[in-house]
Design a protein around this ligand. Structure first.
Ligand code: A3P
Length: 290
């Protein structure tokens, strides 16, 4: 991968509001409007900030980007990566230009700035079994927008998910783009699966550490990081019981069961077959099995 940015950034449209007005718009979860732009569905603030990001953001060669679509293990990956940096370096000052920056994005690969793509910065992407992602997403939006009410009809959530109409969707294209790039540039993008982190946490977290150039000295360090980032521990921290990540997103909504295969409790055999069929066409065709 080239380390120089020789492509000129796309121009910022004079009137981003006008652009938004011209984009296809859908209301999801009976609560939020999302807009289709560059082949994906975004909350409006993300269209605006991504346009700015694409033309202005300058990645540094030692930046570390964590990337994911929603509900695929982002919070776990963030905690692990943060713990790794803390474990191997003195406390980092975010404003220190010499410090490696740890950043996260839900943006699809296609809209990342050339500066990110062409720098020597690294990307760790995490994804998850398709059906578990759908159920986790449905439960998450139920908890945000329907507290103490009946959940959204699962059939409706299923249709949105399968047709890709949800925040940062389509899931399938989001995952495949990063998958293909990671195959082309394995030194640049590490592609992780939630299930592998669950089944082999030591092996997988060591892989992240090596990829980021911070290999563990011994097994005790691995154990310490895994314990610090365990679901049980994070869920019970006071800040995660009462704090908010965004205005309308309480931290506690990010921690639920963390199980593999929870979808079996909610999807019918017909839904399972339908989604498997989409996976065969959209993922397995590219050698990706989720
Ligand atoms: P479930 O809804 O299946 O329980 P994201 O962080 O991308 O929003 O993903 C949320 C999912 O990751 C939720 O899955 C959540 O329970 C799980 N999760 C959050 N923190 C975790 C951790 N430390 N270890 C394992 N799973 C975690």
């Amino acid at each position: 991968m080239s380390t120089s940015s020789n492509l000129s950034p796309p121009p910022i449209p004079d009137d981003v509001e006008k652009l938004l007005n011209d984009l296809p718009k859908v209301r999801v979860w009976d609560a939020k409007d999302i807009y289709q732009w560059e082949g994906f569905w975004f909350p409006p603030a993300f269209v605006k900030s991504t346009i700015t990001l694409r033309s202005r953001f300058q990645a540094r060669d030692d930046d570390i980007f964590l990337a994911s679509t929603i509900k695929t293990g982002t919070t776990w990956l963030k905690a692990l990566s943060h713990s790794l940096s803390l474990h191997h370096a003195p406390p980092v000052d975010i404003y220190d230009a010499s410090a490696p920056r740890l950043l996260h994005t839900h943006l699809p690969y296609v809209v990342l700035s050339n500066s990110i793509k062409n720098s020597a910065s690294k990307i760790v992407y995490i994804t998850r079994n398709t059906k578990d992602t759908l159920i986790s997403m449905w439960q998450f939006f139920n908890s945000l927008y329907r507290p103490n009410q009946d959940p959204f009809p699962i059939e409706k959530a299923f249709d949105w998910f399968c047709s890709g109409v949800h925040q940062f969707g389509p899931f399938f294209e989001h995952v495949v783009e990063y998958w293909q790039e990671s195959q082309k540039w394995p030194q640049k993008i590490l592609f992780m699966k939630y299930e592998e982190l669950k089944s082999d946490p030591k092996g997988q977290v060591s892989k992240i550490a090596e990829f980021l150039g911070r290999p563990f000295a011994d097994e005790n360090e691995v154990d310490a990081v895994l314990w610090r980032c365990s679901l049980g521990r994070l869920k019970n921290l006071e800040v995660n019981k009462s704090g908010n990540i965004l205005n309308d997103v309480p931290n506690k909504s990010l921690f639920r069961k963390g199980e593999v295969g929870d979808w079996k409790n909610y999807l019918t055999p017909e839904m399972e077959e339908q989604i498997n069929q989409i996976c065969r066409i959209k993922l397995e065709h590219f050698g990706l099995f989720l």
